[in-house]
Design a protein around this ligand. Structure first.
Ligand SMILES: Nc1ncnc2c1ncn2[C@@H]1O[C@H](COP(=O)(O)OP(=O)(O)OP(=O)(O)O)[C@@H](O)[C@H]1O
Ligand SMILES: [Mg+2]
Length: 269
């Protein structure tokens, strides 16, 4: 099933800046898609249009093959925008985390269960009673992500979910996203960081400011140095390091595996 079908999207900001023009993208249920591109390429604008937060000047976005009304699918689709403050407006972190499921009229016990679980996973347990505006940048990012996750949507649209986040929490978020994906959640993740892409996406939609420069498997797009350079991006470090290998490892784990079992050593035993 196509959870999002967008065609002919165009959006110009009120000051006249044309952010996206002629964008077509279809996301199937269960996919992990990264929207990748340099600063100003239109990733955030596209993510907000796909999430129904910004109405395009032209073009359409259809959800779950049944409606063009994003508000009708708010319980099935959640967006975390680039600025975490957009999603943190309650007096405490805990209330922000409970806000989304509260809107779904779930029983209090279920809301508490979700808040407890996500707060624990994203290392927010000690920050629950703090006002969100008193959090650090990375803490705000995690709190905003957590409040999108407590909705437990079928489709998650996340704008730079690990920006400002330290290594341990970044790993926790990547692992949580993998678990959600394994459980069937569709993920659309925007990032300018090519290092992150192989960990969170199987497909890349590459934006270059003029539209979609490429749309294909992560392995193909993330190993095409010339294509990425045209978009002011570079392949992940391991890809550059192992550029002559076939197939090129995309992550440190894949590279370690390659070093452990080089092609020229036969496992003849
Ligand atoms: N509120 C705004 N008003 C006017 N122009 C805007 C506004 N927000 C973004 N833009 C412009 O729209 C274009 C696309 O911006 P967008 O935020 O979608 O890029 P992005 O790919 O998310 O970049 P980044 O990696 O920096 O987050 C840019 O040229 C930007 O300057
Ligand atoms: Mg952005």
């Amino acid at each position: 099933m196509n959870v999002i079908e967008a065609s002919g999207l165009r959006y110009a900001y009120p000051d006249g800046t044309l952010a996206i023009d002629g964008v077509d993208v279809t996301i199937e249920a269960g996919e992990r898609v990264a929207l990748v591109g340099p600063n100003g390429a239109g990733k955030s604008t596209l993510l907000q249009v796909l999430g129904g937060l910004v109405e395009p000047d032209s073009g359409t976005v259809r959800y779950f093959e049944e409606t063009e009304d994003a508000d009708a699918v708010r319980d099935r689709l959640s967006v975390a925008t680039q600025d975490p403050s957009d999603y943190l407006f309650n007096p405490t972190v805990e209330e922000d985390l409970a806000y989304g499921p509260g809107q779904l009229s779930l029983p209090r016990s279920e809301i508490d269960r979700r808040v407890d679980r996500i707060a624990e996973r994203l290392d927010l347990a000690d920050l629950r009673s703090k006002p969100p505006f008193r959090l650090s940048g990375g803490e705000k990012r995690r709190a905003a992500l957590a409040s999108a996750l407590t909705v437990e949507p079928d489709v998650l649209l996340l704008d730079e979910p690990v920006s400002n986040v330290d290594a341990a929490n970044r790993a926790a978020i990547v692992e949580l996203l993998s678990e959600l994906s394994a459980a069937g959640t569709t993920l659309v993740i925007s990032t300018p960081e090519t290092e992150l892409v192989p960990r969170v996406a199987d497909r890349v939609v590459l934006l270059d400011g003029d539209g979609i420069a490429a749309d294909g498997p992560t392995r193909e797009v993330m190993t095409d140095a010339a294509l990425l350079a045209d978009c002011d991006l570079r392949p992940p470090q391991v890809v550059r390091l192992f550029a002559d290998e076939e197939p090129v490892p995309l992550t440190v784990e894949e590279a370690k595996e390659r070093l452990r079992s080089p092609d020229d050593i036969s496992d003849g035993e």
